[in-house]
Structures are given as structure tokens and as C-alpha cells.
Ligand binder design. Structure first.
Ligand SMILES: Nc1ncnc2c1ncn2[C@@H]1O[C@H](COP(=O)(O)OP(=O)(O)OP(=O)(O)O)[C@@H](O)[C@H]1O
Length: 275
């Protein structure tokens, strides 16, 4: 089987994809990080990427967000080809990302960190603001309202005026998710959203991820090592191994696939009957 095939094409979404990642090859002087990887993400879909360490998951995110430029392949977001675009330009198209390691300003409050996530919605610079005070002020108020909605949505009210650095780890991860949401993304990339979390924090995060999909209807690509979470949340899963997509399908199809069990999950994870 080649990397571009899946064995259950019926599992592909039928609606026009939001994102099409096609035959992407990415190498670094002798190391092939991605070797012809293809997948699509449909509207409102939660698409998970799993695989062992070094399989190529972060490389997929770095290609999607413009950090790496692949040697071959296409990446289309709607009608736009993302290859060759800067990370900033891609963010402006509406692709937002959370990081494995929290990337927030720890001395700033929750509200201020969320406001920074709105910076694409500040069309007025300092000089323009002097001349266009009315418009700039209305814009500022609209941004504050949007941020307060995110505070409510993610249950952050009790921490809103505290510096992020003082908050428990799980809450900081939630603020980071909020910062990404503040940009009103059309596609959200979640890089290990529950890494390092305890069970309660993981359950909270799982609920918020589902709310984002079901209430905000934002499609997501999620890289995550927590297999239980992936099996519970994802609409479809792609398994990567040594830079190749070895299987793409619905959670149960993937979990019971002999190649996946052999290559990645191991006998002890064979399935996955959760109440
Ligand atoms: N900037 C780089 N320079 C050289 N090699 C790289 C670079 N980025 C990734 N690689 C290599 O590409 C391969 C895929 O790495 P990648 O980080 O995408 O894997 P991963 O699946 O995200 O792993 P992990 O689960 O450990 O985060 C690895 O062999 C890695 O060493």
C-alpha cells in the first residue's frame, strides 16, 4: 500500500474539504520527515494524527502553519495554496495553533493574553488610532467583548485578572486554547492539548474540544499521544509511522487494523471498548 492510499475510502468525508494535504514530502539533509502524506479535513471535523515519536506529526503541523516548506506536494486551505506562504500570512487566513509547550506571556493576565490573540482584529495602528479614535475605540470594545465570551466559553472567569504564570498547568493550557480561539479561527491545530495533564484536567479539556467542534463548528487537526482521548473524540484518525500515513479511518477501524496494531499500538492496546 502506498502512503497516499487508505483502505477505507468510505470513511472520507463527502463534503468539500476545508483542508487538503496532498502527497507532501519533507526532508532534512538525509532525514525524510514526511514521505508522501495525504489527508483531508472536512467542515466541522475533528481529525487526529497519531504515531510514535519521530513519526512526522509535528512536521505536518509545521508544514500546515508555514514553518517548514515541503519539497513536494500541495496544501490547500479552501481555494488557497499554503505552500510558500509565511506563518503570519497563514495565521491571517484563519489557521490558529496551540503548542506542545505553553506559549503565553506568563506575567500578563488571562484577559491580556486573550487580547493578544485578537491582534489580527486590530486594523488600526497607534497613529491611525490617534486620527480614528472613534473607530479604534469601537474596535477595542468589540475585541474586549469577544474575549469575555471566550472567558465564559472556557470557564476562565475566576482567573481572568490573574497573571497566567500563577495558574495551574491545566488552566494555562486552557488559556492557550482561548488565545487561539480569540483569533476566530477557521481551522484549529491542537498540538498535544492534554500533554502533562492529570485526569480531571484532561476531562475538562476533552469537553472544551468537543464544545469547539459542536458549538463553534470549528474544524480541528489534533496531534495527541493520549490514545483514550483520541479514540473518544476524533471523527477520523490518521496513523503515521516513519513519515508515512499507514492508515486513515474512523477510530474503531484504525484501532482494529492489524498494521496499526503491529506498527504502533501494540498488542496491549488492541481495542478500546470504552463505556
Ligand atoms: N528541523 C529539523 N531538522 C532535522 N530533522 C528534523 C527537523 N524536524 C523534524 N526532523 C526529523 O523529522 C522526523 C519527524 O519528526 P517530527 O518532530 O515531525 O516527529 P513527531 O511525530 O512529531 O515526534 P514527537 O512525537 O516526538 O513529537 C524525525 O526524524 C525528526 O528528527
Amino acid at each position: 500500500m502506498t502512503a497516499t492510499e487508505t483502505r477505507s475510502p468510505e470513511a472520507e468525508p463527502t463534503a468539500t474539504p476545508v483542508l487538503t494535504f496532498e502527497d507532501v514530502v519533507l526532508g532534512f539533509s538525509g532525514v525524510t520527515a514526511l514521505n508522501g502524506v495525504s489527508f483531508t479535513v472536512g467542515p466541522g471535523e475533528l481529525f487526529a494524527v497519531i504515531g510514535p515519536n519521530g513519526a512526522g506529526k509535528t512536521s505536518i503541523f509545521n508544514v500546515l502553519s508555514g514553518v517548514y516548506r515541503p519539497q513536494r506536494g500541495t496544501v490547500r486551505f479552501g481555494a488557497q495554496n499554503l505552500i510558500g506562504m509565511s506563518p503570519h500570512a497563514i495565521a491571517r487566513l484563519g489557521i490558529a495553533r496551540t503548542f506542545q509547550n505553553i506559549e503565553l506571556f506568563s506575567n500578563l493576565t488571562v484577559l491580556d493574553n486573550l487580547m493578544l490573540g485578537r491582534h489580527h482584529h486590530h486594523p488600526y495602528g497607534v497613529l491611525a488610532a490617534l486620527g480614528w479614535f472613534g473607530k479604534a475605540r469601537r474596535n477595542e470594545l468589540a475585541n474586549r467583548r469577544a474575549v469575555e465570551e471566550i472567558v465564559d466559553f472556557l470557564d476562565l472567569a475566576q482567573w481572568r485578572r490573574l497573571p497566567v504564570g500563577l495558574l495551574p498547568y491545566g488552566v494555562q493550557k486552557r488559556v492557550e486554547l482561548g488565545r487561539a480561539l480569540a483569533s476566530e479561527p477557521k481551522l484549529l491545530l491542537l498540538d498535544e492539548p492534554v500533554a502533562g495533564m492529570n485526569l480531571e484536567e484532561t476531562e475538562d479539556m476533552a469537553r472544551f474540544i468537543l464544545d469547539i467542534r459542536d458549538e463553534l463548528d470549528v474544524p480541528m487537526v489534533m496531534v495527541e499521544h493520549d490514545m483514550g482521548l483520541v479514540m473518544d473524540l476524533a471523527d477520523r484518525i490518521m496513523v503515521v509511522d516513519f513519515g508515512r500515513a499507514i492508515r486513515t479511518g474512523r477510530p474503531r477501524e484504525v484501532a482494529t487494523d492489524p498494521d496499526v496494531v503491529r506498527a504502533y499500538l501494540g498488542e496491549e492496546h488492541r481495542v478500546v471498548d470504552r463505556p
